[in-house]
Every structure is written in C-alpha cells, then in structure tokens.
Ligand binder design. Structure first.
Ligand SMILES: Nc1nc2c(c(=O)[nH]1)N[C@H]1C(S)=C(S)[C@@H](COP(=O)(O)OP(=O)(O)OC[C@H]3O[C@@H](n4cnc5c(=O)[nH]c(N)nc54)[C@H](O)[C@@H]3O)O[C@H]1N2
Ligand SMILES: Nc1nc2c(c(=O)[nH]1)N[C@H]1C(S)=C(S)[C@@H](COP(=O)(O)OP(=O)(O)OC[C@H]3O[C@@H](n4cnc5c(=O)[nH]c(N)nc54)[C@H](O)[C@@H]3O)O[C@H]1N2
Ligand code: SF4
Ligand SMILES: [Mo]
Length: 713
C-alpha cells in the first residue's frame, strides 16, 4: 500500500456512520438513530438518539438506549456451525443447507412430513413470520408450526376474537389514553415493560384520571395507582366478577349499549346474581370494600380504559380471565369512543404482526384460519398451489414439546426463540430437545437452546435487517436497517428462501428483498381480518406507520376500532359468564407459597440479548426471588442470600430480595436467566383449555435457604 492508499484506507475507517432503526425489544417499537464514531485506531464509540414517532413521541428507555451493545458484541455468531463428534464446528452455508436437505429428506421418508416441526417468534419481522408459515406448509409440508407468542398473546387474542370478532392489541390509539377518566391496569407493569408509554398515563392523571392497578406486588406501575388491588395470583377472573356484580347492583350500566351492541347480558345477570362478594373477597385476597371502590370508580367515570397483560393472561384460565375484564368494558359501554376502550398490552416487538400472518398452528396469513375451506382456497391461490396441498392444523408451542417426547416430531427448526428458557417445565423441554434427531437453531447468539443444536444458522440483527413490524396499536412500521451484516450472517427470510430452494420449492420462494416478501404478504392478507393490502413500503416511508385493517392504498384510519359496530357477523359483542376459576396447582403443606414470574426493567425475555449488553447486565447480573420479609424470616431466609426454590417439577437457586410490597403468600422470580436460574424449571405446564397458554403466573413452591443461618451465604 503506498502513502496515498494508506490515507484513503484510514479515512474509510475514520468518521461516522449513521443507522436509522427501531428498538428490537418491546411492542412500542421506539424509533432511534445509532451513530458510530470511528477514530481510526481505537474501538468505535456510539451515540444513540431517540427519534420522534407517533407511539414513543421521541422517547427511548434504558433497553433501547443500550440495544446497540448486544448487536455489536463479539459474541455474535458469524458463520454456520454443525455438531461434529460432539463439537460445534464452522461449516459453509452450502454444507449447512446440504445437511438440512439430507436430514429432512431422510426423516420425511422414514416418518412422514409431520416429523419436522417449525418454531418461530414474535421478534421476527412480518416478512419473516409470514414466510416461516409458508415455509412450514409449502417447503416442508408439515402441520407442526407454532411460535413463542403462544406464551404471550394467545389468551388476549382468543378473548378479543370471541368477544369482539377481532384481535388487535389496543382498540384505541395511544393518544386516547390521556382522555380516559378511569384506567384499570390489570396484570400489566407498563413502567418496566413499556416504559416509554408511561407519559400517556401520567398525562391522564394530570387530566384527573383515577388509576387502578391490579397486581400481587408493588411495581413501578403501582407507583402511579390511586388504588392498588393486591390480588392473589391467578384470581383475576373472580376479581373482575366481583367488580361486575357491583356494577350490576349499583346500576352502573349502559343499558342502551347493552341492548344494541351486545349479546349475552341476560345470562350474565343471572350468573352474577348467584355470586357472593364476600366469597370473592376470600378467594382474591382483596376486600369487598376495595372491590366496590374500584368498580364504582370505573362505572361512574365518563370515560375509561381497561388494559390487561400477562399477569391476567398467563394463567390456566387466561382466556376467560380476559373475558371477565371485557365484561366490565361492555357493561359500561366504555369502548369505541375517545378515551374509552380496551388494550391487551402486546409484548414482543412484533408480538402483534407475528400473530397475524401464519406462524400459529391454526392460522394462515391475514388472520385467516387453516381449517376454514374458503381461507385455504384463497391463500392456496396466492401461493399457486392446490388447497389440498396445505397441511391442516398443528398443535401449540408447549404441545410440540410433548410431540417431541412422543417422537412424533423428530426434527425442530427454531427461528427467533429460546424455547429451553421460555417454555414451562424446562427440565422436560430439555430432555425433549436432547432427544431430537436434529435440532436447527437460527439465531444471532449461542442461546441456551442453540447450545443443544445440531446445526446453527447465523442471522442478522435488527440494525441490519430491514422489514416491517406492527406495534401494539396495530400500527405497521417500516424498520430501516442499513448496517452491513457481520461475518456470513444472513437475514431470516433469505435463509428460508435458500432452504426452500434446496427442498425443491424454490419457485414459491423467489424473493429478492424484504419488500418483495411484503408485497406477497399484502396480497395473502387481502380481505382477511388483518388486511395489509393497502400498506406499501412507499407509504410507510412517507407516513409514521399505517394502522390495519388497511384494505386500499387510499384507506386511512384513526386507529380507533368498534366505534359503531363490532367485527362479528351480527356486529354485536359477545358477553361471557365467567367462573371464579382457581389456579391449576393449589398450595399445600409441602409447597406453601405461590410463585409468580415476570420481568424487570433492564432485561428482555430469556435475556439472550440483554445479558450480552454490558450496561444492562451490570444493572441486574443475576436472578432473584422477591419475598415478603415476614415470610422470609419465618423460613430463616436473610435478605440478599442464596435460596433454593422448588416445585413438583424442579428447582432453581436465586438470591433473596426482601420486599414489603409483595403479598406474604406469594413470591416473584423474573424470567431472564437460564441454567440454574431458569425459573421455568419450576413452572407448571398445565395449559388453558381454549388458547393453550401455560399458567406461568401461578404454581405452588417452597423456598429454603441454600446455606441455613450460620453457614455463610
Ligand atoms: N423490561 C422488559 N420489558 C418487556 C419484556 C421484558 O422481558 N422485559 N417483555 C416484553 C413482552 S414479550 C411482554 S409479553 C410484556 C409483558 O409485560 P407485562 O405483562 O406487563 O409483564 P410481567 O412482568 O410478565 O407481568 C406483569 C405484572 O403481572 C403481575 N402479576 C403476576 N401474577 C399476577 C396475577 O395473577 N394477577 C395479576 N393481576 N397480576 C399478576 C406481576 O407482578 C407483574 O408486575 O413485556 C414486554 N416488555
Ligand atoms: N416463566 C415465564 N416464562 C415465560 C414468560 C413469563 O412471563 N414467565 N413469558 C413468555 C412470553 S410473554 C414470551 S414472549 C416468551 C418469549 O420467549 P423466547 O422467544 O424464547 O424469548 P427471547 O429471549 O425473545 O428469545 C428470542 C431468541 O431469538 C433471538 N432473536 C432475536 N431476534 C431475532 C431475529 O430477528 N431472528 C432470529 N432468527 N432470532 C432472533 C434471540 O437472540 C433469542 O435467542 O417467553 C415466555 N415465557
Ligand atoms: S424496550 Fe420498548 S420502550 Fe424501551 S426503547 Fe425499546 S421499544 Fe421503546
Ligand atoms: Mo411476550
């Protein structure tokens, strides 16, 4: 290199690169800009600038501010790897694809097409999620596909579908929140899980809103509560029943709305009459007085919004528990108006879009159903196949783990999830994954699940992978991503097209860009409930995102649903009568405490990404159990000491954290750590009978000091 060439090379590494992108984590999908500063010799430094957009209004939380760190760590997987003689060894993409073709062909020949399972995730872009569904059905011809959103949105989704005829996270735009005069936050910790939304709620308070939070413990969100109902884990359906009974007794009903826009109220009245508030107080651990206070505040308010999230939903009666809260909304007619509505606070970045376009066992794109002949015919037409070639309905995510144990599924293709840490009953799941003939994991990192894989495929990160994601409001956003992929990593959609080609189905996967996949998705969703037909990349670049349903290019929506009619054929919403369901696993002498699980501000889901972000990891570097000091002292547990927490399924070791804010009969452990701190070794795999959601939020446990007093720890 001569002097001139050296100087040009130096300039190339010096300077600044600007990346416009979107936070990869939660459902708000805050926009941001990451600026890389290179000085030439030293390691680059980074500045993160929040960018204005309609949902986040230009805010970012601590996870978004530090999201560049995991994407840029040296821990990224840079090339495909195969397990050879027990070791993970670097191989070429060509060899990886050849291994997949060989293995899949062999298994299909011996055990049939359904011997291969596909497992997706709500972090995937709409394009990849759509293509994963098509990949399972066309390239592999298997009925077994499901995704991690089963553990997330399935209860709220089925409740929305059955009650309103449509499931879209929020029935109102976020800008309606400050107009609500009473807000019920049930099992949702927005302050830690969607932090950039908090100003909408504080603005509502400034406007005089009364905020009711329902949670077994104190959180960042209960800090804004005017009334905190510290419910026993798993007893939300009964609590909402109690509130409904008070509304009925007090006559706080919108009779016109009930008559014109709902069905089922007469039955509900009879059901509520035979319930007893005193009994409900006993079951829920919330006094009759507080139940009355909450119901009257909501019933009397001129406008009101109800939000539920995983605290209510991740229960073996999650579906019915949500319906119980939706009854409050319908009895008072508080929906379809400015400041009145319901929100299922969606979780993952693309938790909304990821549940619309066919990653789910029973689903085809546009929220079509795989067992509906007209839906099958339409999608088969778009895909250029005969409807009879489309497989039928598979099973839910955890049930796929059961099918693996039964050896009905012999190979699993995982894209965008870490099932070993996120499924309930993790010891059983690990046994199953080890038993597979072939486990393929497409990920950025060597996750706990990838560590067990036979083949690992490196994928691009959010900052490199362009595509659309749909936020919790049902607003479709285009995530720009112009950073070059590191090493040999590829985009998820490219990998799916490549493998489909190897399996002889290349003609159905001839995509050259994320946009070309999206254009097919638009067509496949056309006329469906989640209709994206009128949304184009051009529109998304010009507008701040577009709400679905969007049937045509000229269609524009305020984002408020159900103003005049619901989405059921008759236009009416369905009121259900809900039983006071008890958690699947009661406490007893051996397992006297109820464990509930959830999240902390600094970490995201199974922690694969955030544990690799040094600024986040430094804030919470290990798991813990939140326990009431009185409960802890009875058990001989000191604050900040190691304990063993055990259930009928397994045990973990975590550090105690005293909190006077949690119920004395409950303990809380976050879900962000693996191995010996994987809380899902303990959780109960019992599923909701309707939506197949596991009861992550209540099981019976005992907690004992790891080193009894006097022995250190
Ligand atoms: N920081 C952070 N943010 C996230 C995520 C993350 O991992 N970390 N994950 C994202 C995803 S995918 C999701 S799904 C959302 C989840 O968002 P949330 O559902 O808000 O989060 P969780 O902590 O799981 O549960 C919420 C609250 O429910 C309470 N709870 C537990 N049991 C019960 C019960 O029986 N009844 C009631 N009423 N409440 C109960 C818990 O104490 C907790 O405070 O967050 C998203 N945002
Ligand atoms: N006990 C308990 N268990 C729970 C919950 C709970 O509250 N309590 N919550 C449940 C909920 S709500 C959820 S959403 C699930 C989440 O469960 P998981 O999906 O298992 O959680 P993640 O940590 O998001 O795992 C995503 C994996 O995909 C990778 N990844 C991220 N982006 C991409 C991408 O674009 N492409 C590809 N190919 N890979 C990517 C990440 O590196 C990571 O390894 O956990 C559930 N499990
Ligand atoms: S984690 Fe959620 S709230 Fe925080 S920056 Fe990311 S998208 Fe926004
Ligand atoms: Mo989630």
């Amino acid at each position: 290199m001569n002097r001139n060439e050296r100087s040009i090379a130096a300039q190339a590494v010096r300077g600044e690169s600007v990346f416009d992108t979107q936070c990869p984590f939660c459902s708000v999908q805050c926009k941001m800009q990451v600026i890389e500063h290179r000085t030439g010799t030293e390691r680059p430094t980074y500045t993160v600038i929040p960018k204005p957009n309609a949902a986040s209004e230009g805010r970012l939380c601590i996870k978004g501010m530090n999201a560049y760190q995991h994407a840029l760590t040296a821990e990224r997987i840079l090339h495909p790897m195969a397990r050879i003689d027990g070791e993970l060894v670097r191989i070429s993409w060509e060899e990886a694809y050849e291994r997949i073709r060989h293995k899949f062909t062999e298994l299909r020949g011996r055990y049939g097409y359904d011997s291969i399972g596909v497992y997706g995730g709500g972090s995937l872009t709409n394009e990849s999620a759509y293509l994963l569904g098509k990949f399972a059905r066309i390239a592999l011809g298997t009925k077994y596909i499901d995704y991690n959103g089963r553990f997330c949105m399935s209860a709220a989704a089925s409740a929305g579908n059955k009650t309103f005829g449509m499931d879209r996270g929020l029935t109102n735009p976020l800008s309606d929140i400050p107009l609500a005069k009473c807000i019920i936050l049930a099992g949702t910790n927005i302050a830690e899980c969607q932090p950039t939304l908090m100003p909408y709620f504080t603005r509502a308070k400034e406007n005089g809103a009364f905020v009711i939070v329902i949670d077994p413990r104190e959180t960042g969100t209960t800090a804004i509560a005017d009334l905190h109902l510290k419910v026993k884990p798993g007893m939300d359906a009964a609590l909402a029943n109690g509130m409904q009974k008070v509304l009925l007794e007090e006559g706080l009903l919108d009779k016109g709305f009930l008559a014109n826009r709902t069905v089922g109220f007469e039955k509900l009245k009879a059901h509520l009459r035979q319930l007893n508030l005193d009994e409900i107080a006993g079951l829920t651990g919330v006094s009759e007085e507080l139940i009355r206070k909450a119901a009257i505040a909501y019933g009397k308010a001129a406008t009101g919004m109800v939000f539920t999230a995983r605290g209510v939903e991740q229960q073996t009666d999650g579906y019915m528990a949500v319906r119980s809260f939706l009854n409050l909304v319908l009895m008072t007619g508080k929906i379809g108006k400015p400041g009145s509505g319901y929100g299922a606070v969606t979780g993952q970045g693309n938790g909304q879009g990821g549940r619309e376009h066919g990653q789910k066992a029973d689903q085809l794109p546009g929220y079509r159903m795989i067992d509906n002949p007209a839906d099958r015919a339409y999608v088969a037409g778009v895909w250029g196949i005969d409807p009879s070639e489309l497989p039928g309905k598979g099973v839910s995510a955890y049930e796929m783990m059961e099918k693996i144990h039964e050896e009905e599924i012999r190979a699993l293709f995982v894209m965008g999830s870490n099932p070993l840490v996120s499924n309930p009953n993790a010891n059983f799941v690990e046994e199953g994954l080890r038993k597979l003939d072939y486990l393929i994991v497409a990920d950025m990192f060597l996750s706990e699940t990838a560590r067990l894989a036979d083949l690992i495929l490196p994928v691009s990160a959010y900052i490199e992978n362009e595509g659309t994601l749909t936020n919790m409001e049902g607003r479709v956003l285009l995530r720009e991503a112009n950073r070059l992929v590191p090493g040999e990593a590829k985009h998820d959609w490219q990998i799916l097209c490549d493998i489909a080609g190897k399996m002889g189905k290349g003609e159905h996967f001839a995509f050259r860009s994320a946009e070309s996949v999206f254009n097919e998705l638009r067509l496949a969703s056309k006329g469906g409930i989640a209709d994206y037909y009128g949304i184009t990349y051009d529109r998304l670049r010009k507008e701040e995102g577009v709400y679905w349903p969007c049937p045509s290019a000229s269609h524009d929506s305020s984002g408020r649903l159900f103003e005049t009619t619901f989405a059921h054929p008759g236009g009416k919403a369905d009121i259900a009568s809900v039983a006071n369901h008890l958690p699947d696993e009661p406490t007893d002498g051996e397992y006297p405490l109820t464990l509930t699980t959830g999240r902390v501000l600094t970490h995201y889901l199974t922690g694969v990404q955030t544990r690799r972000s040094h600024s986040l990891a430094a804030r919470d570097f290990e798991s813990f159990v939140e326990i009431h000091p009185r409960t802890a002292r009875k058990l001989g547990i000191k604050d900040q000491s190691l304990v063993r927490l055990r259930s009928r399924r397994g045990d973990i070791v975590v550090r105690s954290r005293y909190s006077a804010g949690i119920r004395e009969d409950a303990v809380f452990v976050p879900m962000h750590w693996g191995d010996v701190q994987n809380v899902n070794k303990v959780t109960n795999p019992a599923l909701d009978p309707t939506c197949r959601m596991p009861g992550f939020k209540s099981c019976a446990v005992n907690v004992l000091p790891l080193y009894p007093v006097g022995q250190g720890g």
